[in-house]
Ligand binder design. Structure first.
Ligand SMILES: [Zn+2]
Length: 164
């Protein structure tokens, strides 16, 4: 696993393109899909959850903060408070629809791609990019303390532009 580490860093020059392919098993109709998605995880498809789910999941995989979602919801004329946005994001995270990525104490991103992967964070640009190949980062998993098990490993690799 070690020795292939440089492969990761070639990706960022390409802009680390993320695929916008729809999730498998979805019909392609975002409204219908969001309803099915919420029902699958046992959340009642309320009007607000439907609207926010549609904004979140209707555009392929992406990383979004509560503030960004609030802005998009406001633009889409979805009447919703920032507190509701936070609640909904955490509910979606609790049931596994989203993954939370804490970049630092003040910045939390929610990832619509809930599969196991790590991230680049571009400092100064607040951009979060996927690192698709998990094995490249975590070569050796530490042994957890007695009585605990590892749920997952999140790695954020920080970047800055060269020559600035
Ligand atoms: Zn991601």
């Amino acid at each position: 696993m070690t020795g292939s580490r440089s492969i990761v860093f070639t990706n960022v020059a390409e802009g680390a393109q993320r695929s916008a392919a729809p999730r498998p098993g979805l019909t392609g109709c975002p409204w219908h899909d969001v309803k099915a998605m919420l029902r699958d995880v046992g959340l009642r498809p309320t009007r607000q959850r439907m609207a926010l789910g549609w904004i979140l999941f209707g555009k392929g995989d992406r990383h979004i903060t509560a503030e960004m979602l609030y802005e998009e919801a406001t633009k889409a004329k979805v009447p919703v408070s920032l507190a509701t946005i936070y609640n909904t994001l955490h509910q979606f995270t609790d049931v596994g629809l989203l993954r939370q990525v804490a970049v630092d104490g003040s910045k939390t991103y929610f990832d619509t791609n809930n599969s196991q992967h790590h991230h680049f964070f571009v400092e100064g640009e607040n951009a979060l990019l996927d690192i698709p190949d998990t094995d490249v980062i975590v070569g050796k998993t530490p042994i957890p303390p007695e009585g605990y098990e590892i749920t997952r490993v999140d790695v954020v690799v920080r970047l800055r532009r060269k020559g600035r």
